[in-house]
Ligand binder design. Structure first.
Ligand SMILES: C[S@@+](CC[C@H](N)C(=O)[O-])C[C@H]1O[C@@H](n2cnc3c(N)ncnc32)[C@H](O)[C@@H]1O
Length: 261
């Protein structure tokens, strides 16, 4: 017969709202295969904290150990299906790339795409080896990016930070769930190296306004094109379904670029 536990289990709840909703999507066959066979190559496993997507606050992201070298690091928050980060990692082998995404099919799709991109590049070079090593400068982690940046990513360690089409949470009662807040801007600025770049894009005009307000007010950041001034479209930002949907709905895209001072 099991004994009642004498140890007190604290309640498991989050203290602040998160910028994502809990979605459990089915993996496609290709995603399941990648999840089963390519995790060792791409997935950064993390010890969990309070929530399913949270992080043990004592854990640190050690880029040199993860990539096996010291190189400039680019981190994308909410990498979705991996369009932008996989393309960038493939064409820019000198830098390391970390995709951060909470949605499991998205995480698996990054692995699918990365192997595909590596295989296409190998074929383009005339390589005939079927045993593709993948993209050695790309990793993906399934975790709340806000917590990852706050406690695990060392200060000054990012060359670039990308946040493309963060969930807009456009209903008034949901706005507190938006990712880009004053607290998050300070956390992001801390993670960037001096001179490092934070690129953002949104198709929601009032979220763009909030981003300008928040980023202009953060003393460790400066608008690369001046205060409250949109950036030209970042060429590394691949057109995804979110942008196409915005265009169909008649919403304009705002790109923002800020520099860590
Ligand atoms: C609207 S989608 C945009 C995806 C991609 N950036 C694009 O442009 O196609 C936002 C993504 O961010 C992810 N996300 C939201 N909050 C997150 C967080 N705190 N940490 C990690 N991923 C997050 C969501 O799961 C979703 O895939």
């Amino acid at each position: 017969m099991s004994q009642p536990s004498s140890s007190f289990e604290p309640p498991r709840f989050r203290l602040s709202p998160v910028s994502f909703s809990s979605r459990s999507g089915r993996l496609t066959d290709a995603q399941q295969r990648a999840w089963d066979t390519r995790r060792d190559a791409y997935l950064v496993e993390v010890p969990r904290g309070v929530g399913r997507m949270s992080l043990d606050t004592s854990w640190r992201f050690d880029a040199e150990r993860v990539y096996g070298r010291v190189a400039p690091l680019v981190l994308e928050i909410g990498s979705g299906q991996g369009d932008a980060i996989v393309a960038a990692a493939g064409r820019d082998p000198q830098r390391d790339y970390l995709a951060v995404e909470v949605y499991k099919p998205g995480v698996a799709q990054v692995m699918v795409r990365a192997d595909r991109a590596a295989a296409e590049a190998a074929a383009g070079r005339g390589a005939v080896d079927d045993d593709v090593a993948g993209l050695p400068n790309l990793r993906v982690v399934q975790v709340n990016a806000a917590e990852l940046l706050e406690t695990a990513v060392p200060a000054g360690s990012l060359d670039e930070l990308w946040t493309f089409f963060p969930d807009p949470w456009h209903k008034s009662r949901h706005k507190k769930r938006r990712l880009v807040t004053p607290k998050f801007a300070a956390t992001a600025a801390r993670a960037l190296r001096p001179g490092g770049t934070w690129r953002l894009a949104t198709d929601w005009a009032d979220y763009a306004g909030q981003m300008f307000d928040v980023l202009d007010a953060e003393p460790a950041l400066a608008g690369a094109h001046g205060p409250r001034t949109a950036a030209p479209r970042f060429e590394g930002r691949i057109v995804t379904g979110f942008e196409r949907k915005a265009h169909r709905a008649g919403r304009e895209i705002t790109d923002l670029t800020y520099t860590r001072v």
